[in-house]
Write a protein that binds this ligand. Sequence first.
Ligand code: 4NP
Length: 157
Amino acid sequence: MSTPRVLFVCLGNICRSPLAEAAFRHTAAEAGIEVEVDSAGTADYHVGEQPDPRSIDEALRHGIDIRSYRGRQLRAQDFHEFDYILGMDNSNMANIARVDPGDGKANVAMLLDIVPGQEGREVGDPYYGGADGFSVTWSEVSAGAKALVAIMLDEHS
Ligand code: 4NP
């Protein structure tokens, strides 16, 4: 089996998708699955920047250091290089579709659509709220991470 490659996508790549990347790295490692993981934003506002300090703090509360992560923008080539491209909300999905070259290999989905019982729900943008919004984001992206690990274990069992 080739190593699955997963890309999490939000708008700015400083709040939600870095937390999704961290949660999935952690969950996959716990399950003993080898994965390659990255995250990106559909916008270029925060290219080269560290995650939002509130995301850094939230990840540290779960024992994960994301201070080395840096923002980057989604590009057409990603659809050829990644097996899964997972957006956080409906607006992300519309933006992702605009970059999709159409002949890539990636399975493209909204993250909570892969979580049984949470189909159609969005991972809301915590950027304009307080720190408590980031713990909600963490729970949501963790549910997505666990569901994706379950899918991968199922596919290769
Ligand atoms: P993210 O949150 O998409 O979860 O990284 C945002 C970060 C920055 C902005 C919007 C959302 N912004 O407008 O700069």
